[in-house]
Each structure stands twice: as C-alpha cells, then as structure tokens.
Design a protein around this ligand. Sequence first.
Ligand SMILES: [Zn+2]
Length: 140
Amino acid sequence: MLIASYRHLSMAGWAWPNFRPVELACKCRWHGCRGEYWQEPVFLDALEALREKVGRAIRNNSGHRCGVRNVLVGGAAKSRHRRIAVDISLSGHDRHAVLEAAIACGFTGIGGTPAGQRAGAGALDASSRGPGPSDESAGI
Ligand SMILES: [Zn+2]
C-alpha cells in the first residue's frame, strides 16, 4: 500500500522491531516527495526474519523510490523499489551467509530483478560497491 509519507503511518501495531518506516521510505525529498513509502507486511516479515537469521544489524542503503527518484537513479520502470525493496550493505557480513539467509526467508530475484517479475517477499539484488568484498551491498 502506497503511503504519501512515512510520517503518516501509525506505529501502533508496527511489528518489525529492527526496522523503522523512515529507513524504508524514499529519501529524495524532491519535487514534493515527503518520504513516500510502500507498506507491505509480507516483505517486512521476510526482512525481519532475515535480520534474525543474520543475527546482526542490516544497514539499508535504499528502500522505496518515488517515481522521480527512480528515474534520477536510473532505476528500471518496473523496479521493485517502486513498491518495496531494499539495498542492504554487506559490509561486515558474510556475503554468502546473507544470500543464503535471504533465500531461506523467501526473497527472490537475487542478482537482479527482471522487469515485470513479481515475488512474494521481494527481490535480492547483489552488486559490488567500493574496492573490495567487505564493501559490497545487496538489495532485497
Ligand atoms: Zn522521493
């Protein structure tokens, strides 16, 4: 469900203690974007399960993208970030363990998200960032 701003979301009943809506909302604040957010409990359940399986904090680099931001970052028209997906930092994590945990938690699309493909929990895209394996990130 699309929400114009994460600030409009009631925290009563928020069931995902390791994540906050602001972390998953669009961060651009351009052209009227006030932190657009996509609320999807199935995705959040999977993300919380991933956090528990990994056993450590998961740093999210990018979550929902409003239309303007998606264009500006070169996102695919049908990017999962237009609803909800996250790019997580793999820094300090065992990359393979995170990927295996993501699969076990129901994430799909690892390594890329074919246009138009939909999945139950979300997508996992892995990409390299920075100079070495300790600075990689993955998106779900
Ligand atoms: Zn935005």
